[in-house]
Design a binder for this molecule. Sequence first.
Ligand code: ANZ
Ligand code: ZN
Length: 868
Amino acid sequence: MFPYPSGTLHLGHLRVYTISDVLARFKHMQGHDVIHPMGWDAFGLPAENAAIERGVDPAQWTVQNIAKMKEQLSAMNGRWDWDRYIALIDNFVQEFMTCDLSFYKHTQRIFLLLHERGLAYQAESLVNYDPVDQTVLANEQVDANGFSWRSGAKVEKIKLKQWFLRITDFKEALLNDLEILGQDNKWPERVLSQQQNWLGKSQGAKIQFQVISNAGEASWPAVETFTTRADTLFGVQYLALSLSHPIVTRMAKLLPELQAFIDDAPSLPPDSKAGFLLPGIHAQSPLSGFAGPTTKVQEPLPVYATPYVLDDYGSGAVMGVPGHDSRDHAFWRENQGSKPILTVVGPSDGSPASSFLVPGENDEVNESKGILTMASGPFSGLASQDAIRQIISALQQQGLYAEHTDNWRLRDWLISRQRYWGTPIPIVHCESCGPVPVPTADLPVRLPQLEPGQFKGRGGNPLDSIPDWVNTPCPKCQRPAKRETDTMDTFMDSSWYFFRFADPHNKEDPVSPEAADANLPVDLYVGGVEHAILHLLYARFISKFLATTRLWPSGGGPENRGEPFRRLITQGMVHGRTYTDPATGRFLKPEEVDLSEPASPKVRATGEKPNVSFEKMSKSKHNGVDPGDTIAKYGADATRAHMLFQAPVSEVLEWEEDRIVGIQRWLNRVWRVTHEASACKPNETLRPAPQDMSDTEAELWLMTQKTIESVTTSFSSTYTFNTVISDLTKLTNALASVTPFPRAGSSTGRPPADKAVNSRLFAEATSELLQMLAPVCPAFAEECWELLQASQGHVLRGSIFKSGFPIVDEAAVRVLSGRDQPCAVQVNGKLRFATKIPVPAAELLEDGAEKSLENWVVSKILLTEEGK
Ligand code: ANZ
Ligand code: ZN
């Protein structure tokens, strides 16, 4: 995931790009043709706010930030494809950035493709409005408690005419194809389930209730409810309508108290169960006809207006079943006190008795499906699932309105933003022709350049007041018309940028069909889990859409179905060491903590021990770490290795810089081992054949092969980079514990037998260690490689990155693992002795082998016990 050019690279960036760089280098060494691109998600509010607050040009602000961050990035020894990153436009060297004309021209092109298909439309609806940033937001950009993801402001609902993309047309594919992504854990489970919940397919039914005036005169429309539990229909005790339901709206005109209740609702807590009993009307259960001696169909049903019923879900009306839905239960208790609550579904194994919930006795809601109780008339004794079907068809037979239906949580994607710094929506509004798309030949619709004074305080769209830009002839009838002044949500830019890397200099199209077919989907995508339902959902939608156009004919093949990212790694956050004053709870600045004795920090002012925790880095907690400082102090390679070693990729990484000394020590050891190897005289020796290896040699060679195997698995499928580091450390230690022989210029005699290894074997194992290290510590490994070439020049040539990635010496592994294996024997957790086991490991699993091994071990124990 490409970064937003905020101006500073943080440790989170360092973590993502370390992961992707390591993998890109690994795949490259394996001989793959790797595209590892970089670019900038460069439109967005911070640039515009900088313009307002500091009077700088957003474009200039962005370009400056990019220059800074690019410098910081290059310090981390990343290998990016610069030619896909830099485009030469109008003779200027230009970064790959979404705010560039040559990029947003194509974002507009894609918008028009959507528009052509009727997938981009303008509609008036209740939308999320961020009063701080003064712009509307998509549903995905409002958190569960109703706050803006960006400004943190409480989001308001207002009615506006806005541009939407019909993502709901793709809902089935977006849901079904999660299965493709779930195969072999290609995408993290967590992301898949978040997307599934967000799409929110819910199978249920629409059921109508008649609403009747108590006095009998006024007529009211029937109320349609959506329910997933038609089996609880006999337990309905009230009807609840959303605050914008037509009946509520109609009544509010006559009832000031109701209007006041509606007006006050936004200030209620999010889980409020406040209700307003609508006077003078009641609802009738569609089941009246089925009522028998044991049923307790409640009548008349009170009708409420309440904010807990959502305006935009189902039909904005709920059949209230306090016995089987906890929200309805809470609502009933708040509005009807201790009045009895009917239960109509019992446990699957129980008898079909009905009962009432009584506060203080058995007021527990049973939300599970089960067997319908006696209270359900002719449906008593049926299992919930069957009851749902039978109740719906019985209602239909009675000529009542009831229908199975699916409901989705997903709404169309609202992409208009009332802001300047985004891709202009390429539409012209004409009084006679309506909204007219700007012809492709006239693209891009350029953002006008503004003087600092034209950015008018936070909020408001400065484009509205640039007549030269707004006024333009209608592309269809040439009469005076006006440009659309809304710009696109920046998530639109990032929903397709990865296509552009396949064909960055294409002037005509966003991407050529050939380039898209050859390069997409992206094989591996790395980024933060916070985009699980934002960027990752939008990107899936736009990719699936492009797969229906001529731009991506194959859609990545029939098994891919237009999915953009074959594999996804979501890295965890980096948390910083945080000090708080134990007395006041205040976050302490670095200079307020005495770290002269690292093991026992002190609050300078009081001499007390501060509380230490690890938290998300932020300015207010004074726990930020500048990756530049760490790199300057320890070098990029050690920083990278430290980053990978401290935590598994998907988990939170607690950044403890002190621990980097462990990595430094290890790299020093690698350096010494390389020196040893380079002092060898391998020209004069051959690596012994496996059967001729001494025990020490066999152990070292086998370990080298096992390390190649596990490191290759970690890099190519499990992404367990922390174990890569520990595996390589172990191999380094093994190399450091033996002595190569013969050596150049060495007059000392042969080392002891349990230390000596053939120097050619030693040098080869070392070169393989370096190759495995190269993706993680590229500069250091290259340097070691050069040193090793001094003596190994005849076999090692050129850059380590051109030398290939080591492959397991299968033949040797077969022979060597057939030899007696060193083995520690524990009995009941106590180490008894170490010995050698003659049985090859793989054959242990064959029938009887285990038994015979056991016998062998037991006899050996008895022997040693006796021997004592
Ligand atoms: C009666 C009932 C009885 C319900 C019961 C549930 C359990 P999901 O699964 O999320 O789709 N509902 C319907 N429309 C609503 C709205 N606009 N605002 C708030 N709640 C609404 O949820 C479906 C259930 O949510 C529906 O099934 C309805 O309550 C409620 F024992 O109907 B149920
Ligand atoms: Zn016109």
